[in-house]
Design a protein around this ligand. Structure first.
Ligand code: ADP
Ligand code: MG
Length: 597
């Protein structure tokens, strides 16, 4: 075929494909236009999961009738004049592409009436324009209230291939639900109503109460649990909600960001949130978060993606730490050392070592411990000397071991019970991660030494893994070396284990290798740092002293000292508490010395 210019309807369909991927993309563009027009009330109507109809009606400024034809022309916009304006954009739209794109892949009808100040009769000249397959009809005058109604019917009717790629209707509807709810959260002063298939799906009041909107996204109970973030420094204001460590998902999909009112996907910011939870979450679990970042427009380049879903930050590192710090700070304030409250009976039997979790691990443990609450929570009025939720462990004086499972210690403010397995897991985890960290830094300058004691096997053992796990393991061989493994690829999905960490010497090497990769879901692609943390946590779990294991006084002492030196001594790498605290105050109460008269 010789080179030729594409007919315009073909090139515009190609361009449209970048902007309009699915019904939710239409909804997104139309909502953004309404918001840019200053709407206070936006009504969205969906039929046939958005394929048959998307209608967005707003009470914004409207479009003058003589500009309607321009509005549906590609690269026509009222939001931008010069290239410099791109660096000070305050509107959500600016590319002038959405309406033109939608008009080339659907039947588009725009009815609008402009709010002109010199026109007293508000029901005067509105205009209506239809576009089909990119061809628009002349504007006809209609009576209409100030604002705009955009109807998009039969999306992709002229693109059968795209139609086939639409997901099941439930999926598309859920996408739209989530999208509208997120905008409602980002713009709490705007009233949103969404009707799907003739039924109300979302209605917000526009009274600026974000938690109320949150309830429609997650339900009342979850919304109540979400922790509010309010942080500000010179570079950014960060507000929104994050989940407490007890509320998690198996993937990162519920971590969302709005940057200057614009929904943005950014894996680095997502990683910053996850890191903010560092070691408070069980391995493989992720928080929920919806964060709103307000930055000076000049520090964000929004013009990097056709759907404007990605942006570039001028100071990404600074923003990363700002987000991570904001998350960390509110979390620490919400996850104190669990304290025993009066709700716990003294006769409650101590938790038996549970063989199920030693093996399968990682499942949530229900315990009889209540996280201390403030009186404002509606929980028990807290008479306890609230221990501040600082991250460091208090200085502890060892008293001894009970039930071959817990260490008993005295701290400055009462009695501490320490779960020896969880504590040891934490200690090992931080040691291994720290050693690994030094490796990274020295990588280029010095020759590596293996800092983790490793034990060679008398006979190398060949271990075969399922293909997906084998692939993962081959990518992770360098970490395994840091952890004290010597493992070589040995054919397609087989590995030769020559040495294991001394900590794991008692385990069957094949079992050890299996365990390391087992917990990764097949379709998941965690960030490298996270994979390392997860594999390391696995090794620690296996290597840590078990509940039921008698420790010598020296071992008990060493464990306490090591725990005190940890950065996050209060939880194990899977997020369970390592220690619980019985304040002196509580003891006094129980002995009738105080308060009980
Ligand atoms: P962009 O939003 O990038 O400018 P669009 O194709 O989405 O491009 O819209 C083109 C123009 O049409 C906008 O710049 C705006 O002037 C006008 N417009 C579109 N939708 C609305 C609306 N709901 N209310 C007022 N004006 C609108
Ligand atoms: Mg737009």
């Amino acid at each position: 075929m010789s080179i030729h210019l594409l007919p315009s309807e073909v090139s515009s369909q190609i361009a449209a494909g970048e902007v309009v991927e699915r019904p939710a993309s239409v909804v997104k563009e139309l909502i953004e236009n309404a918001l840019d027009a200053g709407a206070r009330h936006i009504t969205i109507t969906i039929e046939g999961a958005g394929q048959r109809l998307v209608e967005v009606a707003d009470d914004g400024s409207g479009i003058p009738a003589d500009e309607l034809a321009l509005a549906v022309t590609r690269h026509a916009t009222s939001k931008l004049l010069s290239a410099e304006d791109l660096f000070s954009i305050k509107t959500l739209g600016f590319r002038g592409e959405a309406l033109a794109s939608i008009g080339s892949v659907a039947r588009l009808t725009i009815t609008s009436r402009h709010a002109s100040p010199d026109d007293e009769d508000q029901r005067g000249a509105g205009g209506r324009l239809r576009v089909e397959a990119g061809i628009s009809t002349p504007v006809e005058p209609v009576g209409a209230p100030v604002g705009t109604v955009v109807r998009v019917e039969n999306l992709f009717y002229n693109l059968p291939a795209r139609l086939k790629f639409l997901k099941a209707e439930v999926t598309e509807r859920r996408q739209i639900d989530t999208l509208v709810t997120r905008y409602a959260l980002a713009f709490p002063h705007v009233r949103f109503s969404l009707r799907q298939e003739g039924r109300p799906a979302l209605q917000t009041s526009g009274n600026r109460d974000r938690r109320e909107v949150l309830a429609s996204l997650y339900g009342v109970e979850m919304a109540r649990q979400m922790i509010e973030v309010l942080a500000k420094d010179e570079s950014a204001a960060i507000t929104g909600f994050i989940s407490p460590p007890s509320l998690t998902r198996s993937n990162r999909r519920e971590i969302t960001f709005f940057v200057n009112g614009r929904p943005v996907q950014d894996s680095t910011l997502t990683a910053a949130v996850v890191q903010g939870y560092h070691s408070l979450l069980m391995v493989g679990r992720y928080p929920l978060a919806i964060l709103f970042l307000e930055l000076p427009p000049s520090t964000v380049d929004v013009n990097v993606h056709p759907t404007k879903a990605e942006v570039r930050f001028r100071e990404p590192d600074r923003l990363f730490s700002a987000v991570q710090r904001a998350v960390r700070r509110v979390l620490l304030a919400h996850t104190p050392v669990p304290e025993i409250t009066e709700q716990l009976r003294w006769t409650t039997p101590s938790r038996q070592p549970d063989p199920a979790w030693q093996m399968a691990g990682d499942e949530d443990q229900s315990t009889a411990i209540n996280h201390s609450r403030s009186p404002l929570d509606g929980g028990l009025p807290s008479p306890l000397t609230a221990s501040l939720p600082g991250s460091r462990a208090p200085l502890l004086r060892l008293i001894g071991q009970i039930a071959s499972t817990y260490l008993v210690a005295e701290g400055p403010d009462g009695l501490y019970l320490i779960d020896q397995h969880a504590a040891h897991e934490r200690v090992l985890f931080e040691k291994l991660m720290a050693q690994h960290g030094t490796h990274e830094k020295r990588e280029n300058s010095e020759k590596r030494e293996n800092v983790i004691p490793s034990q060679s096997l008398l006979q190398p053992v060949a271990v075969e893994l399922p293909p997906a796990n084998a692939r993962l393991l081959s990518e992770q061989l360098p970490i395994l070396t840091h952890l004290g493994f010597t493992v070589e690829p040995f054919g397609q999905a087989t590995f030769l284990v020559r040495a294991v960490p001394a900590l794991l010497a008692k385990l069957d090497p094949a079992a050890a290798l299996h365990v390391l990769v087992e917990d990764f879901e097949e379709d998941e692609t965690p960030l490298q740092a996270e994979i390392e943390a997860r594999i390391t946590a696995r090794v620690c779990k296996r290597a840590a002293v078990k509940a039921g294991q008698v420790l010598s006084p020296e071992e008990q002492h060493a464990l306490l000292t090591d725990l005190e030196a940890c950065i996050s001594p209060r939880t194990c790498p899977h997020g369970r508490p390592t220690m619980i605290h019985l304040p002196v105050d509580l003891l006094e109460r129980q002995f009738g010395r105080k308060g009980a008269r």
